[in-house]
Design a protein around this ligand. Structure first.
Ligand code: URA
Length: 245
């Protein structure tokens, strides 16, 4: 027996927190009965419906993709453009963990495990995301210092957890900066540099937690090992249990 919100999250539909909202909003039925109680217990025999759609207990799958430029990070696109999901042929309904811009490359995880996604996305877990940014202009030390101290984006302070000016090239008038952030706001790195007067020309995500691009060329992907999945579960401040099936 498990809690209803856990069963919904494990089915890969959404995070546990969002599942709780769906239950409270009256969008969840169990065996045809509307259930709005968060602690409600279910087992495998129970038929759960979310928004009128039965949920299935899909096998959990996990992928690491080296996202190429010019691909959108979503499950489907209204203009029928290719998405990151199209790059990974599999039966399960996978979706990306977080977002990378159309022109951003690098580490992107995809899964159908809502709990796994929640751990990597939840701010309390302070998951490191490391980017290499090619910047227009020769970046000055005071801009680096400001980004380290924090800037306000959309009314909220965000900062570079680590930041290192790797290279400046007066010939091309560009700089390479390695920046580590914890949050994952939309266009965060580009906006952070913009706030100190610089434009990001190219952006590559080199690492998320302990996942890097070793062995993966642009557009290539691999499955995660059970050990890697367990390691992600161990990153959670709430430590949900990883069940190997
Ligand atoms: N920050 C950005 O500006 N873009 C990305 O794709 C990721 C982080």
């Amino acid at each position: 027996m498990k809690r209803l919100q856990k069963a919904i999250a494990e089915a890969g539909i959404t995070s546990r927190r969002k599942a709780e909202e769906l239950i409270k909003e009256g969008k969840v039925k169990v065996n045809g009965n509307l259930i709005q109680e968060l602690g409600y217990k279910v087992d495998e025999k129970d038929r759960i419906e979310v928004n009128g759609m039965p949920i299935t207990n899909e096998k959990k799958v996990y992928f690491l993709l080296n996202k190429p430029r010019g691909i959108i990070t979503s499950v489907s696109d209204e203009k029928s453009r290719k998405t990151v999901v199209d790059l990974i042929p599999c039966q399960e309904r996978i979706y990306p963990v977080g977002r990378l811009d159309y022109d951003t490359t690098g580490v992107l995880l995809l899964t159908n495990d809502g709990e796994f996604t929640n751990i990597l996305m939840h701010p309390s877990n302070k998951i490191e995301k490391v980017y290499m940014a090619k910047i227009k202009g020769l970046v000055k030390g005071d801009a680096i210092k400001t980004l380290k101290q924090g800037v306000i984006l959309e009314g909220q302070k965000v900062k570079a957890e680590h930041i290192k000016l790797r290279k400046t090239d007066p010939k091309t008038n560009t700089s390479m900066v390695e920046i580590t952030i914890h949050e994952g706001k939309n266009h965060q790195v580009k906006k952070m540099f913009e706030s100190v007067g610089y434009q990001v020309l190219k952006l590559k995500r080199e690492r998320v937690a302990f996942f890097d691009l070793k062995g993966l060329k642009s557009g290539e992907y691999r499955s995660l090992t059970p050990k890697e999945v367990a390691k992600v579960y161990a990153l959670s401040s709430k430590r949900p249990k990883y069940e190997t099936k």
